[in-house]
Design a protein around this ligand. Structure first.
Ligand SMILES: Cc1ncc(COP(=O)(O)O)c(C=O)c1O
Length: 347
């Protein structure tokens, strides 16, 4: 079992390495936080209003939503609920199509589950046949991310349906939709028809609330109740509770960030084309660039100039790759200028 390779705490430059909203949250969030009263901080937090606001935003019944302390906590909850080995029973298996968010492996192994890796296709299109072939009677969770991190590539919703029909009766399919706002696609409307699927969402990315830690899980009671049972009762704090409601009350702020993400990706693709770098077309707020033997020069050169990007070269199928957040246009332009300077100097 190996621990999560947590990125170093770099806050003294431009953070393009953790897919955050580098423009931060809506000003309404700060106004709501400033209005918090001492008694509200003194009491354990109420969740009904925030749950209703999330449910309304996602178009579901509040009973099908469980708030979590970041989606990270939701993922750990799923691991604890479904991947702990039963006494004397077989070791539950967690199926993960790669490259994937590392936390799936870390959490599966932390609770004693067996991590089963499915190798990627060279172009990162979804490896459905390979996933189906890896399902066994011991499969308990299939971890999917749509659009995927670190590639930004989406999977067809039909692949999710096919997997949900193919897994054992005791298993769940987790669809991580951390980046769904950017893709404009979600599996949520189909949840009533698929009682073994849990969808995860976060307010860290599109809404810029990563520092406050709030996300949610959605699914039918039968599949969500075991997860609710293992999540600490008051894990979401009052600041996150008021912040998420304020963030959801400002759709114009979200729309403007989504617009900038689209423009940023177009700018970065054009820069890569000029520099002869290949990349995956992304449906998220980041782009995976294949810099090949220029990778180290690019990552180090950018860091030396105060811009952090994420070396993903050790991930399956990602040799020579780095991932760059593509959000605020001005930030993307700064990175592109540095990339051109560094790569032209290198070669
Ligand atoms: C695919 C995926 N899922 C979940 C998370 C975690 O989200 P949160 O900040 O809500 O814990 C991330 C964050 O990078 C992610 O990329």
């Amino acid at each position: 079992m190996t621990a999560y390779d947590k990125p170093p705490e770099l806050y003294d430059g431009l953070r393009l390495h953790q897919n955050e909203n580098t423009g931060g949250c809506s000003p309404r969030v700060l106004e709501a936080l400033a209005k918090l009263r001492p008694d509200e901080v003194g009491f354990y937090p109420p969740y009904a209003a925030a749950t209703r606001a999330c449910a309304e935003y996602l178009g579901v019944d509040p009973d099908t939503v469980a708030l979590t302390n970041g989606l990270d906590e939701g993922i750990m909850g799923i691991a604890v609920a479904y991947l702990r080995p039963p006494v004397g029973g077989p070791i539950p298996e967690a199926l993960v199509p790669e490259p994937a968010f590392e936390i799936f492996r870390v959490d599966a192994e932390a609770v004693g589950g067996q991590f089963v890796q499915v190798k990627p296709k060279p172009d990162f299109t979804f490896a459905l046949d390979e996933v189906l072939a890896a399902i066994t009677p011991r499969t308990r969770v299939v971890f999917l991310t749509n659009p995927n991190n670190p590639t930004g590539v989406s999977m067809p919703l039909e692949a999710i349906r096919t997997i949900a029909r193919a897994v054992p009766r005791e298993a769940v399919v987790f669809v991580d939709e951390a980046y769904a706002e950017f893709a404009g696609t979600t599996f949520i409307p189909e949840l009533p028809a698929f009682k073994n699927i849990i969808v995860g969402r976060t307010f860290s990315k599109a809404f810029g609330l990563a520092g406050l830690r709030i996300g949610c899980l959605l699914g039918a009671p039968g599949v969500l109740d075991p997860v609710r049972a293992v999540i600490p009762v008051y894990s979401v704090n009052i600041a996150a509770v008021v912040a998420v409601q304020a963030a959801l009350s400002d759709p114009a702020y979200l729309r403007e960030y989504l617009r900038q993400v689209k423009e940023s990706k177009a700018l970065l693709y054009a820069a890569c084309d000029r520099l002869g770098l290949t990349y995956s077309k992304s449906d998220a707020n980041f782009v995976l660039i294949r810099a090949g033997d220029r990778l180290q020069a690019l990552v180090k050169g950018a860091a030396d100039r105060g811009i952090y990007i994420r070396d993903r070269s050790s991930e399956p199928g990602c040799a020579g790759c780095c991932r760059i957040a593509t959000g605020i246009v001005e930030h993307t332009r700064r990175f592109i200028a540095v990339m051109e300077e560094v790569l032209c100097a290198a070669g």
